[in-house]
Design a protein around this ligand. Sequence first.
Ligand code: ME8
Length: 531
Amino acid sequence: MDKKRFYITTPIYYPSAKLHIGHAYCTVLSDVFARYKRMRGFECFFLTGADEHGQKIEKNAAAAGKTPQQFVDEIVEGFYKLWNLLEISNDDFIRTTQERHWKVVQDIFTKMLKNDDIYLGEYEGWYCTPCEAFWTETQVGPDHICPDCGRPVQKAKEEAYFFKTKKYVDSLLKFYDENPQFLTPESRKNEMINTFIKPGLDDLCISRTSFKWGVPIRENDRHVIYVWLDALTNYITALGYGSKDESLFKKFWEDPECEVIHILGADITRFHAIYWPMFLESLGLRKPDREFIHGLLMMRDSKMSKSKGNVVDPYPLVERYGVDAVRYYLTREVTFGNDGSFTPEQFIERINLDLANSYGNLLNRTVSMINKYFDGIIPEYKGDVTPFDASLRMTAESVIKLYESSLDDLKITEAFVQVNELVSRANKYIDETEPWVLSKEGKIEELASVMNHLANAIFIASKLYEPVLVKASKGAFDQLGIPEDKRGYEAVYKFGNVQGYKVNKGNPLFPRLDANIEVPFIQELMNGKKD
Ligand code: ME8
């Protein structure tokens, strides 16, 4: 945590179809980390992108009557739009069809070949002739049926290049041992060791001749590089590794002062946790500090997927409920690292409970009271006048510490549970101090202190929420009348600093949603009746 720089990545998603809420989940959470680190003064590089090669894309493009490049260009346009809508603050967007990437991938292949880490052999798999696709044993299932078209598949062989994984197994295990932080949650490491490494790891097939849409191997251009070598290396090619200008690579990868973190879903753990460290070792490069494996969002108890027709499109959700509501739901609802499910009921309830009733209402009540009792001016801070004041201030101070330590340790859900605690504590503080009674009894000094403490607690909560609630936090600062230059993160450490400003009552940050109207609305979206 005491490193100065921070490099964070999402997986590069396949532009084989439109993105859904599961992709938004990973990208929003990575964005929250990036925004948090920047807020704490780190120099940060946040990368996302698109993984554009492969057989599936080649086939989808042909089915749509387009060239693969036209096909991916259109879909990737949608990626940009979605990330824009969700206020994703990525510093770069890598596409594997960009020359800056694929040329370096060719060089990487050459280097590995020279290192004797790659050899030419034969790939054996299940082949579907009409689809011209190879499938693995698991993909074809016990009936040996093509997962795409449902027709029978045959065992077949093709010439292919392989990466010598066995050469790197021992040092991978040593790396796991020496870096217990590397894979989180911890259970993922055991899964990698017991399910894949201990039974004996096969060499990894890294080229194909049965399709063309990929990076051609310079030494043998009948072959294209098979997706994972092409895809994983995006994390370094985007920084300029192997190019004329390696300055970003030096700063955000090679420099030990940079913390390197990959965020990814459980479906692709094996590639990131086993092969990626091996590739890096083969290239003589350092490994990432951490890989955080998030769970998958399910729908109606099954994995969200286009083919099952149970996909939630984030677009209409953001359009109706706003970017902050969707970002908040994704960050807070499912404990980071666990699988979760999306349901319309929970979505509406989460927003109503935490954002409308708790946070939004706290701001609303406080601004109204400051208007009513103090002509809209936040009273001066005079320390803690009552034990209630001290308790609220101390809660804020401990929440800041827990929030920081949680986020530094990638415990994102816990961090925001802490902020919720502060907001709940502040609401309870209103009930305890009964400002309307203090006013009636003329206890002005106490009343002033209550208003000041509330304003400060709201400022702190809003600042801590800021990486998630990118718009509402600003709305809260505006309503509290806090000047732009007084909104920096350091201000959270100075309880009492928010004073003397003129509040501006605005619209509620999060109007309460009527579940009787909104739940059916989202259900229709999910059934594809609305778009
Ligand atoms: O695997 N719930 O791309 P991809 C939560 N191109 N997250 C989900 C999800 C769900 N239901 N579905 C997808 C690829 N994701 C490769 C990656 S990286 C070098 C190459 C998220 O489009 C999750 O982060 O299939 C998952 O790991 C990723 O999208 C897979 O995206």
